[in-house]
Design a binder for this molecule. Structure first.
Ligand code: PMP
Length: 452
């Protein structure tokens, strides 16, 4: 247990008193655990596994297939622009093609990422915090929601919201409470108003706030540090957790410094505790989406354990091959190489964003409104539609074929559904050719014209 020690010995003058913050106390998040997670049990054999380490033990527990029957004899990874391929050694090969029996991920990969997170977001020794690996951050998000919410519970959702979580949250019949975002990010005064006037007679107070703080999907906007701090204060005051889904953290184009710190790195300073933030990182946007690797980082170790327990009972583990490839790559790169690659990738997307913004400026003034994305791969655009047609879904349905352009209608990002005049344009796959961005925006202009 951590302590805050203030040294005010008689021989130290009061104004010289030193405050040594050893470790911030860890918030006991188990009080917010759902009923349903309490019903999950570790797989039956898990408790016997430590016995396997006993000298001379003939272990017949494990149902691993015999790798002699696998057809693979080697694997090498070619990297763009690098002549020497990464050759996987025997141990890596054994790991790659076999069950890992570690629902939280390969220890070496976890430790590599923990050391990385320690640089980027987290202080204090691991053990007071840690990482778990999932099949993409989506998998970890789904399971973390299982840990803290029961069907029908209220969840605070930064809105507009990543539609990928709305499907499973709505399927559980949750009361999704929309907390609007503006150009500065999550609207903390509005969040406070929602919490201060909470209808306790109708709904149990929310235990989770879900937010995408960097380059939000769909808005492309990044939450300011000031707002993050206010949100953290509210999390403590109203006793909820923050699910920080930072899938676009590495695709940051902003040129203002210092960059906002993550919720995970701010929580200790702002709440004087740790363990209220669950942070989700993804390899999908910068290494490979098909590898399906994501990381959950938190001081809320019981939550990490519970997520791993659900993994152990459901999809067993993230892909071993993907984990081995990620580890081999990271060892080659080191933390510096990872960050260099991320910076190059961000530059790639920034270039495409700039092409689209310039084309929008040329073709869509007076027909649409938008804010320049600060990170990520999306432009959130409000189509200036006639009053009776202020529904981009309807407009797309009626006129997309004729205009020859398709985008995601804003309604897909509204937790409670409803009409929206916005569309989300993805520029990630846009060609480098200025003419293509021009044509895209010209066609969106046609779409708007058709609606009038
Ligand atoms: N969060 C956000 C905001 C996303 O946009 C995505 C991917 N579209 C995910 C999570 C899921 O990412 P992953 O591939 O790591 O599961």
């Amino acid at each position: 247990m951590s302590t805050v020690v203030t040294i005010t010995e008689a021989h130290v003058r009061e104004d010289e008193a030193i405050t040594i913050t050893q470790e911030a106390p860890i918030f006991d998040s188990t009080q917010l655990f759902s009923e349903r997670v309490r019903r999950w049990q570790p797989p039956a054999i898990a408790s016997l596994e430590p016995l396997a380490e006993a000298p001379g033990m003939m272990n017949l527990i494990v149902g691993k297939p015999n790798p002699d029957c696998f057809p693979f004899s080697g694997m090498s990874i070619n990297l763009k622009g690098v002549e020497e391929p990464i050759q996987l050694g025997d141990k890596d090969l054994q790991n790659a093609f076999q069950y890992a029996l570690m629902p939280g991920g390969m220890p070496e990969l976890r430790q590599w990422f923990e050391a990385f997170q320690a640089k980027l977001h987290k202080s204090g020794p691991t053990g007071t915090w840690g990482c778990g690996i999932g099949s993409g951050s989506q998998d970890l998000l789904y399971k973390a929601f299982q840990v803290f919410t029961d069907p029908g519970d209220s969840i605070l959702v930064d809105t507009p919201a990543y539609s990928g979580v709305l499907g499973f949250l709505n399927a559980d019949g949750h009361n999704l409470v929309e907390v609007p975002s503006d150009a500065e990010g999550l609207n903390s005064p509005e969040l406070e108003r929602i919490l201060a006037t909470w209808p306790h007679d109708k709904h149990r107070s929310p235990r989770v706030l879900y937010t995408v703080p960097t380059g939000s999907n769909p808005t492309g906007l990044t939450c300011s540090e000031k707002r993050r701090i206010e949100v953290l204060r509210l999390a403590k005051k109203y006793n909820f957790l923050i699910f920080e889904d930072d899938a676009y953290y590495f695709l940051d184009f902003s040129t203002t410094y210092p960059k906002p710190r993550s919720y995970l790195s701010l929580e200790k300073e702002i709440t004087n505790q740790t363990g209220r933030v669950l942070r989700f990182d993804s390899l999908s946007k910068i290494v490979s989406a098909g590898m399906r690797i994501g990381f959950l980082t938190t001081s809320c170790l019981p939550a990490l354990k519970a997520v791993n327990m659900i993994t152990g009972n459901t999809n067993l583990q993230a892909s071993s091959i993907s984990q081995v490839i990620a580890l081999s790559l990271f060892r080659k790169w080191g933390h510096g190489g990872f960050l260099q690659h991320a910076a190059r990738t961000a530059e790639f997307y920034k270039h495409r964003r700039d092409l689209l913004l310039a084309a929008a400026e040329r073709h869509l003034r007076g027909k649409a409104k938008w804010e320049a994305p600060q990170a990520g791969m999306f432009l959130w655009m409000e189509l200036l539609l006639p009053e009776q047609e202020k529904d981009s879904f309807e407009v797309l349905r009626k006129y997309a074929s004729q205009a020859g352009v398709l985008a995601v209608p804003g309604t897909a990002f509204l937790p409670r559904g409803g009409k929206s005049g916005f569309v989300r344009l993805s520029y990630s796959l846009l060609s480098d050719d200025e003419g293509v961005a021009d044509e895209v925006c010209r066609r969106i202009g046609v779409l708007v014209d058709l609606a009038w």
